[in-house]
Design a protein around this ligand. Sequence first.
Ligand SMILES: O=C(CO)COP(=O)(O)O
Length: 223
Amino acid sequence: MADSPKIIINFKTYSESSGEKAKQLAIHAEEVHDLSGVDIAIAPQAVDLKAIRDVVNIPVYAQHIDPISPGNSTGLYLPEALMEAGINGTLINHSEKPLKLAAIDEIIEITKKYDLTSILCSNNIRTSAACAALNPDFIAIEPPALIASGYAVSQCEPEIVSNTIAAVHEINDSIPVLCGAGITNGDDVKAALDLGAEGVLLASGVVKAEDSKAVLEDLVSKI
Ligand SMILES: O=C(CO)COP(=O)(O)O
């Protein structure tokens, strides 16, 4: 059974969300979830997954998994090893880690086999429609130009969100759509939900904030 995150924090590779700081951010996310009841999931770097799994119970996702079986590969992320580290799911095809169609398809098969939540990222409306044919648990539309811009896709380019939802649902109306890029506050989240998105995916707004916990509290405040 897939999770139903309203907010996913992608820790990316920022120094503010690596190592000990990653653990602290994860704890803050869990505290805000506990107080608000809003489902929050986090996607830390692979090296931090195990340490974070040991301190929080909220869903923890990999930022990427490789479509490989145990054996002689080097420098890749083995799904079974990430599961042992405690992941509940994975981002797939983030615009900062783009994949070929065949690899995406294989990864989604792996997530289904192991009951992991699949968040398939797309960069525009056309690719979102193509993603729908692969039947992930979620599609997350993130226009690359707005990533880390501070300009929220839900407020600055709302038609990208609503047209993506329409395009995805024309193929498969049971796939929930998330949106991300530039989301930084509760109004951005509310705008996304008002457009029909199930939730949001964000990074810099929380990770780079001076007071990440205050930002997390603001993000859930209008849900
Ligand atoms: O890429 C993103 C999340 O996966 C969005 O990043 P920002 O929230 O920094 O724009």
